[in-house]
Design a protein around this ligand. Structure first.
Ligand SMILES: C[S@@+](CC[C@H](N)C(=O)[O-])C[C@H]1O[C@@H](n2cnc3c(N)ncnc32)[C@H](O)[C@@H]1O
Length: 283
């Protein structure tokens, strides 16, 4: 467990993940019934973009800082509004270098009856997570393995909600683990929304993930990817994606507005691309 999200907080991949997350949360908030979120790999909850880790890589400068630079079109800004509001909320509390991670974004969106389970296995990171969200009685930061937390918490008693799976992808077999753990959770709770994050380095991993999901007969997927065309010489990640299972019904349409705008704003080379595909493996 060497991965530290502090080096990557606020980068282009976080922007995509956190924008999509806040869109899903907005849709969950559109109905009065309470929901539960399970964040299996929660991280620290919030990050300081002035920290030594963040300043070592400066990844946020080509991520959230580009979104901060100027407003996008009114249609895009309308969809970004919940994420921008959460960013403003974190900055008002902790200073202009604050960057909210997934558990903090969830907590910001949740209503009094909603609940969050957030698992983080790395002890120092868990302590930060507990500091970021632990005083809120709606939130449970757990210092346990995320896959264990997933198995123990689906289906939630609310029967409504989201599982965010955002592993560090340090291990070679992480796509296979993600597929197996997701399929097992989906068997227990087929109606939940699931958001599965992945880095796009080689396409084999994600294709195998989609195949495993398809073989399990799971339908209603939305595949969202952006490639910022980062020059190979610069190293690091150039493309990332999310598979959203049981997506809220307007999410695909929203992604068609958001993804081209985010891709253009975050591009580092002349040929950035995005991909937005609704998949029904059962035909
Ligand atoms: C990509 S980061 C999470 C970022 C966070 N979801 C966000 O969007 O703000 C992955 C996190 O998973 C943690 N981690 C690694 N293995 C884990 C495991 N088996 N169970 C739970 N957390 C784990 C790492 O310490 C790291 O903080």
């Amino acid at each position: 467990m060497n991965y530290r999200h502090g080096f990557h907080a606020g980068n282009f991949a976080d922007v995509l993940k956190h924008v999509v997350l806040t869109r899903i949360l907005s849709h969950l908030n559109a109905k009065p019934a309470p929901y539960r979120i399970v964040d299996t790999h929660a991280g620290a909850g919030r990050y300081d973009l002035g920290s030594e880790e963040a300043l070592r890589t400066h990844e946020w400068k080509d991520g959230v800082a580009r979104i901060d630079r100027s407003p996008l079109s009114p249609a895009v800004e309308a969809l970004l509004a919940p994420w921008r509001a959460a960013l403003a909320g974190a900055r008002a509390l902790y200073g202009p270098g604050a960057y909210p991670g997934s558990p903090w974004l969830c907590r910001h969106a949740m209503r009094p009856g909603d609940r969050l389970i957030a698992a983080e296995l790395h002890p120092p990171t868990w302590r930060k997570l507990a500091e970021a969200i632990g005083r809120d009685r709606r939130c449970k930061p757990l210092a346990i393995d995320g896959w264990t937390a997933l198995r123990a918490n689906v289906p939630p008693k609310e029967r409504r909600g989201l599982v965010l799976i955002d592993p560090p992808f340090e291990e070679k077999d992480e796509f296979a683990t993600l597929a197996a753990q997701f399929v097992a959770a989906h068997r227990k709770w087929p109606t939940g929304i699931y958001a599965l994050w992945y880095p796009l380095k080689d396409r084999g991993g994600v294709e195998a993930l989609i195949e495993a999901v398809s073989d399990a007969g799971i339908g209603r997927l939305l595949r969202l990817e952006i490639d910022i065309d980062r020059p190979a010489a610069a190293g690091g990640l150039s493309a990332t994606g999310l598979i959203v299972v049981n997506p809220p019904w307007r999410l695909a349409e929203e992604a068609q507005t958001l993804l081209p705008a985010l891709t253009e704003r975050l591009a580092q080379g002349p040929r950035p691309r995005y991909h937005c595909e609704a998949i029904r493996p059962d035909g």
